[in-house]
Write a protein that binds this ligand. Structure first.
Ligand code: DQA
Length: 142
């Protein structure tokens, strides 16, 4: 089983940016946490982060034929990017949307998610544990 984890803009600033929303764990902590979880489940994982929409689209396209599941936190692109939605639709790989914060309790502009239209499940507000839950969903269906 191969999983691709994609994080969008400013997720590399975890631990520094708005800790009241995103907590104190750093991006390096998140990478370690995901890697350990996948190692314990014998799941192969690639963890990718970019601040650039086109690079995220490229990474999703590269997953075609190479990944069995995608975990994606498109960050701010969640609320704007039809290109990322279309990329996820194109590859037709089971995908779970994750948000660290409880987006549904935040600003109106965060209530729109384009990528959600192509996702099997959405997890919000569980902090970085949401990524592990998404991996469990993709590997075990729960
Ligand atoms: C986020 C929520 C988005 O609204 C925001 O732009 C982010 C992070 C989250 O993980 O809670 O950058 O996706």
């Amino acid at each position: 089983m191969k999983i691709l984890v994609i994080n969008g803009p400013n997720i590399n600033m975890l631990g520094i940016r708005e800790p009241e929303h995103y907590g104190k764990e750093t991006y390096a902590d998140l990478v370690t946490k995901i890697q350990k979880h996948c190692d314990s489940k014998d799941v192969e994982v690639k963890i990718f982060q970019s601040n650039h929409e086109g690079d995220i689209v490229d990474e999703i396209q590269k997953a075609y034929g190479n990944a069995d599941g995608i975990v994606i936190n498109p960050a701010a692109y969640t609320h704007t990017s039809v290109a990322i939605l279309d990329a996820v639709k194109s590859v037709n790989i089971p995908t779970v949307e994750v948000h660290i914060s409880k987006v549904e309790e935040r600003e109106d502009f965060r209530q729109i998610s384009y990528v959600r239209l192509a996702c099997a499940k959405t997890i919000t507000g569980h902090g970085t544990d949401g990524y592990l839950e998404a991996i469990d969903y993709l590997t075990e269906g729960k």
